[in-house]
Design a protein around this ligand. Structure first.
Ligand code: ADP
Ligand code: MG
Length: 690
């Protein structure tokens, strides 16, 4: 059979209907998909030893010859054994296989095989249990570095590596798309070489070169795409010119003095708005740094100039919270604020939409529904998206279309996910960035403790103490359903059971609530509302409380299995407390045995600085944390999370910049493949590259 890149995996030997279905779940439909399905790890099986010299503490390959036909033994139901003796020049070894009866008919005395496994010794006799083996000289599953693939039930690693090998042996490789000049300048191996070596590297150096090339490639196309977006907007992006108004007028509305950082960022926003160019600005700032005020100021400027503004939040609860706050702040200045959420009755929704369309409402606050087709504005000049990591490139471009025939609205996106500067360049490559790097005065830092699981009673005591003082408590559990990459988190059943146990056994006298991501929106809102109003004293939840919720009376955040979270995420969660004037606490519960994990968690106890924490995260976990799970709405990165090498990141970014400086629209023939790849990468937002 001739295999081509488009050959469906179904047509490969040993695939068939059922396995094809399973592969489809892994996103593998064709031969080409197999090639770009990269190993998540490797097992070094290159070390050979003689039987006599084999170490007991690591797996090795042994070349040996069976001296007899294998013996079969039925031990009990479900347990069958095949065993035999094999020898080399140095001695003999007993090979034992459990529940692999086929071995009986495969191993032939007198022939030479390579066995890979861990050698054990009992009263001077050496043995190996369930070794991997093959005929000597074959070097397919022994004597080499083996790829370990992410798998799904019913697909084994041997099958997966076999199919991939077959496709490679058929000579198939993806076409080279990186320009020759870029490859030469950055000493990158060819795509042919890289794809071969990412699956079956001959040694560590070959693997390192392959990774470097493929990581570079991913980041290169990502940077190029974001840069194209930015350039294009800047070129065609005429924005409404919104004049600055005397600062004192806005200042007079505020109950407090803005921090220096808030002032500076508001200045940057005002400069954007009055420039005549379209604003595309990201405001980054740690939780609690007061980003909402920047949003309010931008909206105020737009509205004072006679236009409308919209603020989008990731959840309805947050939208309500914003609406309340903005009303208090801006209504005294005669600005009409309206909330638009899914919870409204149809008639009410219609009424409020009409008010927007006719320009009766100046400022709309809502969820992403605000950018849906059916919501029309009379003259929308500004959209603010709060908590940017739920607001990807695709939405940003849908937003730009919102201006319709007229000029598109200015965009301001807010993110509380601090991101190291090196990464910000790439992740937010299409935006200008401002940083609110100062906290409002009078904040007491949240006191953070790492507590071992055996001190659980003490933790319960602390919960009780806080509630007795009239305060509220969050207890957050990792849930696998909402965080599928996390291995070994609780399942939702366990979270529910834990909440139930707290309610009935541990705190029968307290009001314990539960909120998780699989609840219906109405139930979830009701559960959150009960906590916001103070009715619920202890709220058990999954990470759905992560973003933006402001309950100043909550003073204690407990995080179960804290070692399962990334540091930045823990920091986000911690940001839910310490928002009022009361001393606040964060308790990180853990049962981990790992010293590293403890050190990591203690970082959190040592600092409240989100940027420092994210740098630490980057060091320990690599950029995957930031690119992973599409949390920035970025195209998915395959390899970028496999490498911790920050230099590749910067190099790729620079290279993309240089290429675009010389050919801003990628129209030169040699750069066409780059444009093609960028288009594919951003296929989710087709209107970006028309
Ligand atoms: P975030 O950056 O996390 O969105 P918020 O905008 O919600 O932060 O602000 C957190 C809290 O700090 C709010 O209660 C807000 O009223 C308050 N705040 C914001 N700026 C100041 C300031 N300059 N001085 C005092 N309090 C402030
Ligand atoms: Mg906020």
């Amino acid at each position: 059979m001739t295999v081509t890149m488009d050959t469906p995996v179904r047509n490969l030997p040993q695939v068939g209907e059922v396995r094809a279905g399973k592969l489809a779940k892994l996103g593998i439909a064709t031969a080409a998909d197999l090639l770009s399905y990269y190993p998540r790890n490797y097992e070094d099986r290159t070390r050979f030893s003689t039987i006599a010299d084999a170490p007991m503490d690591r797996r090795v390959c042994i070349t040996a010859t069976p001296t007899e036909y294998p013996h079969y033994a039925y031990l009990r139901k479900g347990l069958e054994m095949v065993s035999l003796i094999a020898m080399d020049d140095s001695g003999t070894i007993r090979l034992v296989f459990f529940n692999q009866v086929y071995v009986k008919n495969v191993l032939v005395p007198g022939r030479e095989y390579v066995f890979y496994g861990m050698v054990e010794e009992q009263s001077g006799k050496r043995s190996m249990t369930n070794p991997v083996f093959e005929a000597a000289g074959k070097s397919v599953v022994t004597g080499r570095i083996m790829p370990i693939y992410p798998l799904t039930a019913g697909i084994t690693n041997v099958l997966m590596s076999g199919w991939t090998r077959q496709v490679l042996e058929a000579g198939l490789r993806p076409p080279e798309t990186l320009p020759e000049s870029v490859r030469r300048a950055h000493a990158l191996v060819s795509v042919e070489q890289a794809v071969q070596d990412i699956h079956f590297p001959s040694d560590d150096q070959a693997l390192a070169r392959a990774r470097r090339r493929l990581t570079f490639e991913e980041l290169f196309y990502l940077s190029a795409g974001l840069r194209l977006l930015k350039d294009r907007r800047n070129r065609v992006g005429k924005g409404r010119e919104i004049p600055e108004t005397p600062w004192e007028q806005f200042r007079a509305l505020l109950p407090f003095e803005p921090t220096g950082a808030q002032r500076r960022v508001m200045g940057e926003v005002a400069a954007d708005l009055s420039s005549g160019r379209l604003m595309n600005r990201l405001v980054q700032g740690d939780v609690g740094s007061g980003k909402t005020l920047v949003a309010a100021y931008a909206a105020w400027l737009a509205i004072r100039a006679g236009h409308q503004a919209a603020i989008m939040a990731p959840t309805e609860i947050l939208a309500e919270q914003h609406a309340r706050l903005l009303r208090e702040l801006l209504e005294p200045a005669g600005i009409r604020v309206e909330l638009l959420t899914g919870a409204l009755t149809a008639a009410e929704k219609r009424r409020r939409r009409k008010a927007l369309e006719e320009g009766e409402t100046d400022l709309a606050v809502g969820t992403h529904a605000l950018i849906s087709e059916s919501v029309r504005f009379r003259d929308l000049a500004l959209i603010v998206a709060d908590e940017q990591h739920r607001f990807g490139v695709a939405q940003r471009s849908a937003l730009a279309a919102k201006g319709g025939e007229q000029t598109p609205p200015h965009a301001l996106v807010m993110s509380a996910t601090p991101i190291p500067r090196t990464l910000a360049l790439i992740v937010y490559g299409d935006l200008d960035v401002s940083v609110v790097d100062e906290m409002p005065p009078g904040r007491t830092p949240v006191d953070t403790f790492v507590i071992r699981d055996d001190k659980r009673e003490r933790m319960y005591g602390f919960v009780r103490k806080q509630t007795q003082e009239g305060h509220q408590v969050y207890i957050v559990c990792p849930a696998v359903e909402e965080n599928p990459e996390e291995e070994g988190g609780m399942d939702l059943k366990a979270v529910k059971a834990y909440a139930e146990k707290l309610r009935t056994e541990v705190f029968p006298d307290l009001a314990v609530g539960l909120v998780h991501g699989k609840m219906r929106p109405k139930e979830k809102d009701a559960a959150m509302a009960a906590f916001v109003s103070g009715e619920t004293q202890v709220l058990v939840s999954t990470t759905v409380v992560e973003v933006g919720v402001d309950v100043p009376n909550a003073t204690l955040m407990i995080i179960e299995d804290a070692d399962r979270f990334g540091l930045s995420q823990l920091h986000q969660l911690r940001g839910r407390v310490g928002r009022g004037k009361f001393p606040s606490f964060c308790v990180l519960m853990t049962a981990t045995q790992s010293r590293n994990a403890m050190v990591r968690l203690r970082t959190l106890a040592d600092t409240n600085d989100g940027f420092r924490i994210s740098e630490e995260d980057l060091k320990v976990r690599g950029p995957g944390e930031f690119f992973g799970s599409r949390q920035h709405g970025m195209p998915e990165m395959k390899l970028a999370d496999l490498t911790g090498d920050m230099r590749v990141l910067q190099e790729a970014q620079m290279a993309a910049g240089e290429l675009l400086d010389g050919d801003p629209d990628l129209v030169r023939p040699e750069n066409r493949p780059v444009l093609e790849r960028v288009r594919q990468l951003f296929a989710d937002s087709p209107d970006i590259f028309s």
